[in-house]
Design a protein around this ligand. Structure first.
Ligand SMILES: Cc1cc2nc3c(=O)[nH]c(=O)nc-3n(C[C@H](O)[C@H](O)[C@H](O)COP(=O)(O)OP(=O)(O)OC[C@H]3O[C@@H](n4cnc5c(N)ncnc54)[C@H](O)[C@@H]3O)c2cc1C
Length: 469
């Protein structure tokens, strides 16, 4: 143990921190279950040290030393993950990317910009907006999360329906493999040169390498932006309207359909009843002027009536507000959000099955959903549940039961178990149902080839290996 610290200090000096404050701040992410364990006085272990890597070479040194000393390593970006992707075990070293910050280079003509992996999303976006450009990825956690974390978790943002998610926006990346070698993908607009190596790291949740630099393909800030709200009697009609305008080829960047309970909860005064669909149209002014009425007509054909457009402005003003769950947990209420996805033919059924299944639990306060990322062939559902069990000792069990029911119904409907928050710890035992046994075996083979001792972010993404027969 002291061997690893001595070697890290010798190579990285003051970038290696062992003070209690740094170690405490890097034990875990924002997974609700960790928050509950904290409240109950059982937080994860403290890491041996937190290394604030300042360069790709620093990351490579840490990974080499940790491999030689067989020390587990946990990558840490903004710590805003919500699935247990960071949970430090005893004798681990945390690598924080937060000292690797800022713009590396920008090419305004090619619309490409590269950032160091620890740059906060909001800093990258503000830097680009000063040039009249945008990445177009705006997660609600943009002020808390890093661009490297976006890659590692396969993040998606509020404008995804037109601009796509991280996998559509990463132009190239640099990552350090578990043995310290550096890999950098090339900056070409497309390549037919075997499997796309970017995809090994996108969504790998710190298990296959540490991302050190991310290049984005940019777009200019839109010339025009207009919002509209449509109100539907029922959630299924709203879904049908989205399906119809997506099929027709319209692409408003923001498409958010809230069920009745969420409509009341979020926009009560302006939308006291119905299921609200918030739409934001962006782009060249002439395109916005054509798209808005065309989408409105398809909504009307699906049974909508127009709602107050000001609701969209209000949402835009408050969209980064981050809810704190701690206060609810202190009152004995467990809650969380779970995002899944399904094809158009299945999604209305999925909504009914999950909300019904959670509502059957004793003490349920909310089982609601909205759809916020749509595609030609389907959409996501973002469920929120809140339950107050009669006995506080049941909080963890009830929490896990809500997750079990949601993932079970999702799989029963043929849906995908994770739309954008990733797998972490909370979903890893369901990964085999998502990828199939052969899919998990393939991932395990890749993991073993790159990280034979399983030192990089152990316990995340992959389910526990089955016992040998
Ligand atoms: C209030 C709130 C709102 C959110 N809204 C959204 C949303 O709209 N869309 C969305 O997609 N997500 C959202 N999230 C989830 C979270 O913000 C994302 O998963 C985000 O991408 C995590 O980035 P991070 O830098 O905080 O990563 P961390 O939480 O630090 O890490 C996440 C995982 O990636 C690994 N990791 C981190 N950095 C690297 C790296 N450089 N290389 C390799 N592995 C790394 C970690 O080990 C961990 O397993 C939200 C979270 C909160 C708390």
């Amino acid at each position: 143990m002291s061997d690893v610290l001595e070697r890290l200090r010798a190579e990285l000096g003051v970038r290696v921190r062992t003070d209690a404050e740094s170690r405490d701040a890097h034990r875990r992410d924002r997974w609700v279950l960790e928050e509950l364990h904290d409240l109950e006085g059982r937080p994860p272990a403290r890491p041996l040290a937190v290394v604030f890597a300042e360069s790709t070479e620093d990351v490579a040194s840490v990974l080499r030393i940790c491999r030689q000393t067989r020390t587990p390593v946990v990558p840490f970006g903004g710590g805003s993950g919500v699935c247990g992707g960071i949970h430090v075990q005893k004798d681990s070293v945390v690598v924080s990317t937060r000292a690797m910050q800022g713009l590396v280079e920008i090419d305004r003509r090619d619309l490409v910009a590269s950032f160091r992996a620890g740059t906060l999303g909001i800093d990258a976006e503000q830097r680009l907006q000063r040039e009249g450009l945008t990445i177009g990825l705006w997660p609600q956690s943009i002020e808390l999360s890093t661009v490297g974390g976006w890659v590692a978790t396969r993040a998606s943002g509020q404008f995804s329906t037109a601009y796509g998610s991280i996998e559509d926006l990463v132009f190239a990346l640099e990552a350090v493999l578990p043995d310290g070698r550096v890999i950098r993908t090339r900056q070409t607009p497309r390549a037919s040169a075997g499997p796309d190596l970017r995809q090994i790291f996108i969504g790998s949740e710190g298990t296959l390498g540490i991302v050190t630099e991310v290049s984005f393909s940019l777009r200019p800030l839109p010339e025009a932006r207009r919002g509209q709200t449509q109100i539907f009697e029922d959630f299924a009609s709203g879904l049908e309207a989205i399906r119809s305008f997506m099929a027709a080829g319209w692409r408003p960047p923001v498409v958010r359909l809230y069920d009745e309970a969420e409509t009341r909860r979020n926009f009560g005064d302006a939308c006291p009843e119905g299921n609200a669909l918030l739409l934001l149209h962006e782009g060249p002014a002439v395109a916005v002027e054509v798209e808005l009425p065309a989408v409105a007509a398809l909504c009307e054909a699906a049974g909508a009536r127009p709602g107050a457009a000001a609701v969209v402005d209000d949402w835009l003003d408050h969209r980064n507000q981050v809810p704190g769950f701690r206060g609810f947990l202190e009152k004995g209420i467990v809650l969380d959000t779970i995002e899944v996805a399904a094809t158009w033919g299945r999604v209305a059924d999925l909504y009914e099955r999950v909300t019904r299944s959670i509502s059957e639990l004793p003490g349920v306060l909310a089982a609601t959903a909205h759809s916020s990322h749509s595609y030609r062939s389907g959409t996501n559902l973002y469920f929120t549940f809140a339950v107050r069990p009669t006995d506080r000792a049941e909080m963890e069990g009830v929490y896990l039961e809500c997750w079990r029911r949601t993932l079970r119904e999702t799989l029963a409907c043929g849906g995908g178990i994770a739309h954008h928050h990733g797998i972490g710890r909370v979903r890893r035992e369901a990964l085999t149902s998502e990828l199939g046994a052969s899919g998990v075996a393939l991932l395990r083979t890749l993991k073993r080839a790159l990280d034979p001792d399983g030192l990089l972010n152990p316990g995340v993404l992959l389910p526990d290996a089955p016992e040998p027969p």
